[in-house]
Structure formats: structure tokens, C-alpha cells
Design a protein around this ligand. Structure first.
Ligand code: GRF
Length: 209
């Protein structure tokens, strides 16, 4: 009998804080909405809820930071060795607050993605994260905002945009209410787009790993 092997995309997730995006990815994989598997979770924050969520799902997880490793160079070495051990097909930055070293981006070229809670190129870049984004959107009087998933390069929020979803700004919105509405959209959008990546509809890097 011929058994056709279905390729399951191996995903490494990096997250610094709450990990609700990570949760959406893990749920999407478990519920088979994404033909993928979260093989490892890495956080620079040992107290992050993201690590606890990974533990609860029984997924291998690591707290790795400049502090735990004793410097930038050692951090990159450790990240590369953990990644090598888990052989991910892609890396997803789900609320990861650090830039990845160019050596990691080179090794995983076109295989590293980030999610940003606004319609890039607006409201992105260094220092533009979380509430700062939503406050800026409201202050500018925007009628809509949204979610962007993009490839990661060496500059914050500036890699190739692969998908965007719009979210309305409603009268009376506060940065908190806007954050909540955008985050809700993120959770659905992540599953949609990761499933397209896993199905080969959105290209993953061709460099051999
Ligand atoms: C999200 O808003 C995401 O767009 C941004 O960081 C936030 C992560 O939220 N990159 P959570 O930690 O997954 O709840």
C-alpha cells in the first residue's frame, strides 16, 4: 500500500509576553487548521505567560536572553544551536521584543515572520509596539487600523508584507479597546495565514536548512 506522507511544517515560535498569539498558533495546529506543529517556544522573558502556555501544551520551551547567555554573541550561538536541534521550517515572532541577529536571519532566510498590530508601513519601526501603536492610531484620527504579517529582515517592521487584515476604529475607542479588537483579529488571521504558508500558497525560503 502506498502511504503518502503529508508534510507538517515545523514552527519555532519566539514570544516575550502574554503569548495569546502563540496560543492561537498552538490551537490552530492542534485543531488541524494549520498543517503545522509548534516544535519549540523561545522567550527572552523567563516569567512570560508564553512559556507557561507552552508548558501547558507540553511543548519544549527555552528561556534564552542576553542575560542568561552572558552577551550578544553567546545569545546568537545558543539560539542557533537550539534552532538547529529542533529543525524548524519557519520561525514565527509572536510578540517577540528583540531583533534577531543577521546570522539567524541569513540561516533562515525568507522563513522568519512577524505579526504587527497595525497596517504597516504605518505605525511601525523601533519603539512602536503594543499600546504605543494603538495610541498613535487613535491620535492620528484613523478610521481603520489592522494587522500585518511580514517577513523579518534586520530592520524593525520593514520586511516584505505578506498579508494584511483591516480592523475598524470605532467612535469612543480607547487604546485598550482597540488593542483588544485588533488582537482578536490577529488570532484568526494567524491561523488563516499560517495555514496558507503550510499549504505552500505563501512561499517559504528555498535555502536548504
Ligand atoms: C500582538 O499585538 C502582536 O501583534 C505584537 O505583539 C502582541 C503579542 O500579543 N507583535 P501576545 O503576547 O501574543 O498576547
Amino acid at each position: 500500500m502506498l502511504v503518502r506522507k503529508v508534510k507538517i511544517v515545523r514552527i519555532a515560535v519566539f514570544a516575550s509576553h502574554g503569548g495569546s498569539d502563540l496560543q492561537a498558533i498552538m490551537d490552530g495546529c492542534r485543531e488541524k487548521k494549520i498543517r503545522g506543529e509548534v516544535v519549540v517556544v523561545i522567550s527572552n522573558n523567563g516569567d512570560s505567560l508564553a512559556l507557561k502556555r507552552a508548558e501547558k501544551e507540553g511543548i519544549d520551551r527555552f528561556h534564552i536572553s542576553e542575560e542568561t547567555e552572558g552577551g550578544k554573541e553567546a545569545l546568537t550561538e545558543r539560539l542557533l544551536s537550539v534552532l538547529d536541534a529542533y529543525r524548524p521550517d519557519m520561525i514565527f515572532l509572536a510578540g517577540y521584543m528583540k531583533l534577531l541577529d543577521p546570522r539567524i536571519l541569513e540561516r533562515y532566510r525568507d522563513r522568519v515572520f512577524n505579526i504587527h498590530p497595525a497596517l504597516l508601513p504605518k505605525y511601525g519601526g523601533r519603539g512602536m509596539y503594543d499600546m504605543k501603536v494603538h495610541t498613535a492610531v487613535l491620535e492620528a484620527g484613523e478610521k481603520e487600523t489592522g494587522v500585518t504579517i511580514h517577513r523579518v529582515n534586520a530592520v524593525y517592521d520593514s520586511g516584505e508584507i505578506i498579508a494584511q487584515a483591516k480592523v475598524p476604529v470605532l467612535p469612543g475607542d480607547t487604546p485598550e479597546s482597540l488593542r483588544e479588537r485588533v488582537l482578536e483579529r490577529e488570532h484568526l488571521f494567524l491561523v488563516e495565514i499560517l495555514s496558507e504558508i503550510a499549504d505552500g500558497k505563501i512561499r517559504l525560503g528555498e535555502t536548504a536548512l
